[in-house]
Design a protein around this ligand. Structure first.
Ligand SMILES: Nc1ncnc2c1ncn2[C@@H]1O[C@H](COP(=O)(O)OP(=O)(O)OP(=O)(O)O)[C@@H](O)[C@H]1O
Ligand SMILES: [Mg+2]
Ligand SMILES: [Zn+2]
Length: 677
């Protein structure tokens, strides 16, 4: 079999010999092992660079040529099987941002980094065809270019000094390799709010073995080195990308945080923050300062950013570290505003709307793409793309049925499994979710239990560590303060400057997450256990279950996060108490039954409670009685007297009246009087 025309004679024999020497000295054993296992040999670029920098330069500048040199060198070594050479550990300078890839990089060896957004199924591709000449029986290998299989034009084989003129050929053999296309999206730390750039990458042979496949499924972050090539005509269709990376080597880079460069000075600053006894308040003040109040929610989100410690038990049980928060609120209560601001202060954060997510949705989809990728393509949704980060999901209750199902697994296990058409995959989705939505009838109705008004299935609801409600109720004093705050934030920007700038918060979070996995002391774990057992014991005797194990796990995560803020490896009582306080706030917001004094988790997660509702109804009935059914003005003392006879005490009456006033069911025409509008 003759080699294709341009090969051997323009390879400098010295280059081949040098590479052979290098392999022999530095990789003798590994090379042989790779051949026996029919795998490839991964060569450390820096080693080659140290030994023969003219070779390493040739790899970067003329990779096509270099690969031939390498192949010739390997072929010259006595091995049980051919070995493909792959290169790792390229210098920083050869890393090109996806958005900076230009035509000048075509034909060069480059390294890119990013997250896999789409991946095709793995299919055999014809890379070359062997043709047999009818005249002289010589076989010529012709590479496939683009989608065309081309026959040689003229044989040209030289036999006994005579050149064969044969023009007719038969297909002898198709050379096939396994391959897949993936689309890489540039890393989160480069995009910050802009639309991330993408590039397509071709992976073949052992890069798509079963391990390779898992590593290159959507959601994974990779460093890929290879030759940038022009897209052959006929591929790509409407997608306007004119080059792709022909991968030589792929490395996972699951270091989500360390790419945020933290200087020595910043490290000192972070340590100072951690020592400050007011750090929790400072962080809360740095969170969405344009939004007035909402302190318990902001504090919870701060803990969410730092996160708990993921744990794996010896039996394989996995506990997530991610903290999920849900906010259900009236229109205009600041949810969207908050949800948009939070991703800006975390590494790898995104904001999406449950309703408006286009394409791959929140989780993942499988679609057909014959044009470019050829076949079924798996595309990562927002939860997968924010793996190890945070996703704000607005209009949460409006997400698709399909997403809702997949969301269960994502929130608890941190994965998304998909099995559709020929694609079966489990994608990573270790994402903290900050969800926001409206109640069922868009505004809370105090006459109905909260659970009735939340359009989210209880199974999904229970996966949120903390759940809060936001009511937009007219209240003169508060309204004035909010309006003043809004005016201030518009016109005196300095007054709402965050205590710690967002960039510093992001680094602080990254730093603490990377280094600290705080542990419980027996004392603290007793404190949390007691809270759990005590709250739960209220349910003894057949009452509603006040608190479940999911909430207990949430408490542990919250306490761990609180300790991380101090860069501490030990969880203190203060950390535990912070967790307990926020948990109580959350339970109260969604289900604390003020009349039984119990925390009724069943209510916050889908069950119902009647006592409060019945009292509200009874008060309203009394008011109607007192006003003769005519919506007349009713004196409060009279209402209190009547209610007392029914066993509702004055404090309760006043509280219910306040609530009804707030939501507009009643108003106060004169002090001391109420009236139905
Ligand atoms: N506590 C607050 N402090 C300052 N501004 C606020 C506050 N709450 C709401 N706002 C302002 O009110 C406007 C509406 O808020 P936003 O869009 O976040 O409401 P929402 O809760 O998402 O409402 P919807 O349920 O209708 O989507 C925004 O401009 C926001 O800045
Ligand atoms: Mg909104
Ligand atoms: Zn011939």
């Amino acid at each position: 079999m003759s080699k294709s025309a341009d090969s051997d004679h323009d390879l400098k024999p010295e280059a081949v010999e040098k590479f052979r020497l290098f392999l022999n000295d530095d990789y003798g054993k590994e090379l042989y092992k790779a051949a026996e296992e029919e795998s490839s040999l991964i060569v450390d670029f820096t080693k080659l660079d140290k030994r023969f920098d003219e070779l390493s330069q040739m790899l970067l500048e003329k990779p096509e040529h270099f690969m031939k040199v390498a192949k010739t060198a390997v072929d010259g070594i006595d091995l049980p099987a051919p070995v493909k050479i792959r290169f790792s550990n390229l210098p920083e300078t050869s890393i090109v941002n996806v958005r900076d890839l230009r035509s000048k990089h075509i034909g060069k060896f480059v390294c890119i980094e990013g997250t896999v957004r789409r991946a095709s199924e793995i299919r055999p591709e014809i890379v070359a065809v062997d043709w047999k000449c009818h005249e002289c029986d010589n076989v010529t290998r012709h590479p496939v270019s683009g989608t065309f299989i081309s026959k040689p034009f003229r044989c040209g084989n030289v036999l006994d000094g005579k050149t064969c003129d044969g023009k007719s050929f038969a297909e002898e053999n198709k050379v096939m390799i396994d391959a897949r296309w993936i689309t890489i999206e540039e890393p989160f730390e480069l995009t910050e709010g802009e639309k991330p750039s993408q590039v397509n990458v071709w992976l073949s042979e052992d890069l798509v073995s079963s391990d390779g496949r898992r590593m290159t499924d959507p959601g994974n972050r990779l460093k890929i080195m290879g030759i940038l090539r022009e897209v052959p005509k006929g591929k790509m269709g409407s997608v306007k990308l004119d080059f792709y990376l022909d991968a030589n080597h792929v490395e996972p880079t699951e270091t989500t945080w360390e790419r945020l460069k933290i200087s020595k000075g910043e490290e000192e600053q972070i340590k100072e923050f951690a020592k400050d006894p007011n750090i929790y308040d400072k962080l809360v003040d740095s969170m969405a300062p344009s939004l007035y109040g909402l302190r318990h929610i902001k504090e919870s989100i701060i803990l969410q950013l730092f996160g708990g410690v993921p744990r794996k038990l010896p039996d394989g049980t996995h506990f997530r570290g991610d903290i999920h928060i849900l906010i259900i609120g009236d229109p205009s209560s600041g949810k969207s505003q908050l949800l948009k601001l939070v991703p800006e202060i975390v590494p790898r954060g995104r904001y999406v709307s449950g309703k408006g997510v286009t394409g791959a949705g929140l989780t993942a989809t499988v679609t057909k793409d014959e044009q470019f990728m050829g076949g079924w393509v798996l595309e990562a949704g927002a939860l997968v793309l924010t793996n190890k980060g945070l996703l704000s999901i607005d209009e949460f209750e409006k997400m698709s049925q399909e997403d809702q199902v997949a969301m269960h697994e994502a929130l608890e296990q941190g994965t998304i499994s998909i099995a559709k058409a020929s694609i079966v995959a489990t994608l990573p989705a270790k994402t903290s979710v900050l969800a926001g939505g409206n109640p069922k009838f868009s505004r809370f109705d105090p006459m109905r239990s909260i659970s009735e008004q939340i359009d989210i299935p209880p199974t999904l609801l229970s996966r949120f560590d903390l759940k809060f409600t936001l009511r937009d109720v007219p209240d003169g004093k508060v309204d004035r303060k909010i309006v003043e705050h809004v005016m201030k934030s518009r016109h005196e920007a300095d007054l709402i400057k965050p205590a710690i700038p967002p960039d510093m918060v992001r680094k602080y979070v990254a730093y603490a997450k990377e280094r600290h996995s705080p542990q419980m002391t027996p004392e603290v774990s007793k404190l949390l256990k007691n809270f759990y057992v005590k709250t739960r014991s209220r349910a003894e005797g057949g009452g509603p279950v006040p608190i479940t194990l999911r909430q207990f796990e949430a408490l542990l995560r919250l306490a761990e996060a609180s300790a991380k803020i101090r860069l501490s490896n030990e969880i203190t009582k203060d950390d535990a108490n912070r967790a307990i306080r926020l948990m109580k706030d959350s339970l109260k917001d969604l289900g604390y039954d003020t009349e039984t004094g119990g925390i009724d988790v069943d209510k916050s997660e889908g069950g119902t409670t009647f006592s409060q509702r019945s009292k509200i109804t009874r008060i309203l009935n009394l008011i109607d009685q007192l006003s003769g059914g005519e919506r007349e003005i009713v004196p409060l003392p009279k209402l209190r007297d009547m209610a007392a006879k029914e066993g509702i005490d004055t404090a309760e009456v006043d509280e219910i009246v306040e609530r009804l006033k707030r939501d507009g069911t009643l108003f106060e025409p004169n002090p001391g009087y109420v009236q139905r509008p």
